[in-house]
Design a binder for this molecule. Structure first.
Ligand code: XIL
Length: 351
């Protein structure tokens, strides 16, 4: 059960929520995992089980088992629920990719959002409605990523996704989730500029975008620029958007192999990041991309450390012990201003 000493409570004391992406295998097989998620989290999101490739790997072969299990547990444990992801260029079954055409694209998207958001209607606080839609290397002047959806429907696919969610589940906040906008490299600054320009255009034409999500895959190879980050968050808030940290973790490949030194470096980077983020009243939720080191997606092929050691990117170690990163997150919440009023405003707007 929730623990007075957990990250959930540390966040709630400031009107914020802390949570995690849930790994379905650990969730099903390891009672300690389930207990850690209960103890630390006020909000959860299935890591993969609401993505199209999991829900419908073959035409008509539909399963909602994983999503439903996580939804049921969240309900039993009094946690909020996020959904990911309605429209993405990844996480899609090949048979759908092959079917997206100018003629069929709109019907396909409406049908998918109708089914998945309809199933969880009234139960999701915010949906990752579009994910990773900016790619400045794709050659378009607006910076939109060239995807099958864009090719079939043009930039209006973004409008369609948010409007459809609004029709299907008006209570769920439509969120634009984006990667590589949180650190201090020039190429990320260019991405922030493109995001803000696109947001202005979408909002001006009435696209119901309520929130912006910074994935926040922090990286030991790229420095943090607190000033640029602060400015970006303030611009998002100035557009009337609420903000979520949706996938926080730290790729530690450039930090020392030594565990104590590495854990310290990971914790320091996260603390500096969260201190800026939590200063912005528009921020509502902070989720890590899983909660225990052994489950991090950063050990997948191309993201591994060159020395072959497993990444130490998340708040708990393999024995579910709290790491320095856990303490850094707790201390960041403890030092944060109260977000209660901003949360109440965001709720009122979504209603
Ligand atoms: C990742 C999952 O963690 C992996 O298990 C899966 O194989 C691929 O997707 N950005 C996102 C997430 O928006 O949905 C991704 O999740 C990680 C990067």
């Amino acid at each position: 059960m929730a623990d007075a000493d957990g990250l959930r409570q540390a966040a709630e004391r400031k009107g914020l929520s802390f949570g995690t992406a849930v790994n379905i295998t650990s969730f099903r097989t390891d009672p300690l995992y389930r207990r850690a998620v209960q103890r630390e989290c006020g909000i959860v999101v299935p890591e993969n089980e609401m993505k199209w490739e999991y829900v419908e790997p073959k035409p008509g072969q539909v399963t909602h088992l994983g999503g439903d299990e996580i939804r049921d547990a969240a309900r039993a444990d009094g946690q909020r629920l996020r959904g990911t992801t309605l429209v993405w260029h990844r996480g899609m079954p090949d048979w759908v990719l092959a079917k997206i055409t100018r003629a069929s694209g709109e019907r396909l998207m409406r049908d998918w959002i109708g089914r998945i958001a309809g199933r969880y209607r009234g139960q999701i606080e915010s949906w990752d409605t579009v994910n990773e839609i900016v790619d400045l290397t794709g050659g378009r002047s607006d910076g939109l990523r060239v995807t099958p959806w864009l090719a079939a429907l043009g930039p209006g696919y973004v409008d369609l996704a948010f409007h459809t969610l609004r029709e299907v589940d008006p209570k769920a906040a439509g969120l634009w989730n984006e990667d590589d906008v949180c650190l201090g490299a020039d190429w990320m600054e260019a991405r922030r500029t493109a995001v803000l320009r696109l947001l202005e255009t979408f909002l001006a034409r009435g696209v119901p975008i309520r929130r912006f999500g910074l994935q926040s895959h922090l990286n030991s190879l790229v420095p943090l620029d607190e000033t640029a980050l602060r400015r970006f968050l303030a611009r998002l808030a100035g557009l009337g958007l609420a903000v979520e940290i949706t996938e926080l973790d730290i790729d530690d490949r450039a930090f020392p192999a030594d565990v104590a030194a590495r854990d310290r470096a990971v914790a320091d980077l996260a603390r500096r990041y969260l201190d800026v983020v939590l200063d912005e009243p528009a921020v509502l939720n902070v989720l890590t991309w899983d909660i225990v080191d052994m489950n991090t997606w950063l050990n997948e092929s191309d993201r591994r450390r060159p020395d072959g050691l497993p990444q130490r990117s998340l708040p708990l170690d393999g024995a579910y012990r709290r790491k320095p990163l856990w303490s850094a997150i707790r201390d960041a919440f403890a030092g944060a201003p109260d977000h209660g009023a901003a949360r109440a405003r965001a709720r009122a707007r979504a209603a």
